[in-house]
Structures are given as structure tokens and as C-alpha cells.
Design a protein around this ligand. Structure first.
Ligand code: PLP
Length: 384
């Protein structure tokens, strides 16, 4: 984060960091620099430091500076998707023979990247219950290079104590990566808790309107940031100027959106716990959630994601998803509109048969910022 923004509160940084007025026109919002290359004043004479938009583009720079400021980092990098960011990170940090500790609950696509892509290049992994610090410690071996954590996790809403895992990582001399997609930097600041790198699917709360796919890496370590930026350019899966702009626009309302997401989700989780057709509610805001105390310690509030299990198994869960009307049946999460899905058949189909398999009677909802009474009514009718 630049010193200019370090004293500002989160909401102010979300609106101003990286968003300097356009030097040419004074436009208060950074323009979409829809351009691939830049005129040079003589060979090597770059006007603004820009030479080719894979390497850097002013709209992307605005977003990257904003991301660094929001996570309390020094370097932010924006990618074409969350998985592109993850891929860049793994290939920058790992080599054949290395070992990684991954969580037993994570986005299915992240697991697929480890199991079907990275493993083929000679990097193996162990699955740990990252909510249990001894499980993490036990999974680390002499070849381990990084520990991967997702908290809250997708789709089981497990909570990992970031500070405690950072201690294990430091002791073992390995890097800690935290996927902060479910919380967003407004609710949780992994770098301040000892993480080396934060990963985001910008597609979710950061964009916030279900209209863009993007990803990010943020680190407070300048040398590591340089290394990652080198790989970002060398591999090339960068965020385009329009996508960067639309994420930057979404981030300006992140704080107010997250407050409403959390508020609505708390009321919905409470209703679900009372519902006779619901056998279990997974929401870190509930006092009975096993990670509640840690979540309360490391998160500002508990976010907009809830999973719940229904009586009647897989068919009943699928029925609930099909009956919902205001909750749109669809993958993804984090937009202003509420979504519902069946992880086993949809977002997490790629973990079937693995240690990350999810329960068949599980329904996941992304609680939007609509009027909560309308959302409650829809879920009640969907549950029947
Ligand atoms: C927690 C989490 N991390 C990473 C990703 C991957 O992001 P993207 O879909 O933008 O590639 C997702 C996507 O659902 C996710 O939920």
C-alpha cells in the first residue's frame, strides 16, 4: 500500500486508492485504456512507463494499486480469472519435487488445478483439515513449499485460524497462501495475520454484480511481488482493461454491500436453524458453528455465504434448488442478487470421489442484498 493511503479507512481506500484523476482530462474515474500498445518517443522513450498491455495497462494498474491498498499489501496483480491467478502463483512458486498442503474443503476448481494439472508436473499434495492446526502441522514434510488455506471455505464454510497456520508456515519455512474470496478484504485481512499471498476470485464480492470474471494476487513482500509480476507477464493471463474497470467500479461499494450481505445472511441462517426440513446450517455467524470464535476474532462480520443440509437427501436438496424463484439457480456467488445451487452436482462436481467430496444433501446459497423478507419468503416456499 502506498503511504498516501495507509492512514485512510477501508471505505475511503476502496474509493480512492488507484483512482487518481486522469492526468490528461481530469476525469475522476480512470478511463478504460482499451489499447494494446503505446507510442514511444524514440526507441525506449516511454511516456508513462507503458509499452505493451500484457506487461501493464493504466486501467489494470489502477485496479492493482487499489487491490494492494485494500489488502494492506505492497503489490497487487490482476488476472483474467481467479484460477488464472492461482495457476500463475503455483507455477511461480513451485518446481517438480515440491509438495503442497491443501485444505479438505475448497473450491472444486482449485482442487482440480492441484489434482489434474499441477500434479502432472511433479508437484504432489497432502489434504489437511486446516481448521485443525495439528492436521496442518502433520501434513507438512521436508519437501513442502506452501500451505493453501481457504477461509471461510467453499462450500462447507469451514473456518481456519489464519494467524495459527501462519505460525506453522513460518516455523516450517514455507509460504502461506489464503484464498480470501468468501470474506473479501473488507471482512478479513490475511496479510496482517501473517499470510504471504492473498488470492481472489474477483468474479465474486469484489466485482459484486455477476458481470465479470477476474482474479488477483496480493502480497506485502516486494521481492515476491516482483517475482509474481514477472510470471504474470511471462504467462500472460492478465485482466483486460474493461474487466479491470468494472471490478474497480464494483469495489467502490464493497463495504456497504458486505455489511448488507452479512446482515441478510445472519437473519436467513437464523430462520434456517429453526426450519423443520433443515438438518444442519453451516454459517460461521451462528454461535454453534465450530469456527465461530475464530471467525469473530479474524472477521469483521460473517459474510453472505450459507450452506445447509436438507432432510430427504440429494433429491430433496435438488428440489429446493429447483423450487427457488427469487434465489436464482446458478453457479458463482458474491453478486448483489441471491443465488442458490447444489454443490455436489454443480460447483463441486469435480471433487466427486476425492477427499473433498461434499454431502449430497447440501444446498449452498449466496445471499444477496435484496430485501431480506423477500428472501426469507422465497426460501420458505422452496423448502416446502
Ligand atoms: C473460493 C474460490 N476461489 C477461487 C475461485 C476461482 O475463481 P474464478 O472462477 O474467477 O476462476 C472460485 C470460483 O468459484 C472460488 O469460489
Amino acid at each position: 500500500m502506498s503511504d498516501q493511503h495507509s492512514h485512510q479507512s477501508f471505505e475511503t481506500r476502496a474509493i480512492h486508492a488507484g483512482n487518481t484523476a486522469d492526468p490528461l482530462t481530469g476525469a475522476v474515474v480512470p478511463p478504460i485504456y482499451q489499447v494494446s500498445t503505446y507510442k514511444q518517443d524514440g526507441v525506449g522513450g516511454l511516456r508513462g512507463g507503458y509499452e505493451y498491455s500484457r506487461s501493464a495497462n493504466p486501467t489494470r494498474t489502477a485496479l492493482e494499486e487499489n487491490l494492494a491498498a485494500l489488502e494492506g499489501g505492497r503489490r497487487g496483480l490482476a488476472f483474467a480469472s481467479g484460477l488464472a491467478a492461482e495457476d500463475c502463483l503455483l507455477r511461480a512458486l513451485l518446481a517438480p519435487g515440491d509438495h503442497v498442503v491443501i485444505p479438505n474443503d475448497a473450491y472444486g476448481g482449485t482442487f482440480r488445478l492441484f489434482a489434474k494439472v499441477v500434479e502432472r508436473w511433479g508437484v504432489d499434495f497432502s489434504v489437511a483439515n486446516t481448521s485443525d492446526i495439528e492436521s496442518v502441522r502433520g501434513a507438512v514434510n521436508e519437501r513442502t513449499k506452501l500451505i493453501w488455506v481457504e477461509t471461510p471455505s467453499n462450500p462447507l464454510l469451514g473456518i481456519t485460524d489464519i494467524e495459527a497456520v501462519a505460525g506453522v508456515a513460518r516455523q516450517a519455512g514455507v509460504k502461506l497462501v489464503v484464498d480470501n474470496t468468501f470474506a473479501s478484504p473488507y471482512l478479513q485481512q490475511p496479510l496482517a495475520l501473517g499470510a504471504d499471498v492473498v488470492v481472489h476470485s474477483l468474479t465474486k464480492y469484489m466485482g459484486g454484480h455477476s458481470d465479470v470474471v477476474g482474479g488477483a494476487l496480493v502480497t506485502a513482500d516486494e521481492a515476491l511481488g516482483e517475482e509474481l509480476a514477472y510470471h504474470q507477464n511471462a504467462m500472460g493471463a492478465v485482466a483486460g482493461p474493461f474487466d479491470s474497470w468494472i471490478v474497480l467500479r464494483g469495489i467502490k461499494t464493497l463495504a456497504v454491500r458486505m455489511d448488507r450481505h452479512s446482515e441478510n445472511a445472519t437473519k436467513i441462517a437464523e430462520m434456517l436453524t429453526q426450519h423443520p426440513k433443515v438438518t444442519q446450517v453451516l454459517y460461521p455467524g451462528l454461535p454453534e458453528h465450530p469456527g465461530h470464535e475464530i471467525a469473530a476474532k479474524q472477521m469483521r462480520s460473517f459474510g453472505g455465504m450459507i450452506s445447509f443440509r436438507v432432510q430427504g437427501g440429494e433429491d430433496a436438496a435438488v428440489e429446493v434448488c429447483n423450487r427457488a424463484q427469487l434465489f436464482t439457480l446458478g453457479e458463482s456467488l458474491g453478486g448483489v442478487e441471491s443465488l442458490i445451487e447444489h454443490p455436489g452436482r454443480m460447483t463441486h462436481a469435480s471433487v466427486a470421489g476425492s477427499l473433498l467430496e461434499v454431502p449430497a444433501d447440501l444446498v449452498r446459497i449466496s445471499v444477496g442484498i435484496e430485501n431480506v423478507d423477500d428472501l426469507l419468503a422465497d426460501l420458505r416456499q422452496a423448502l416446502g
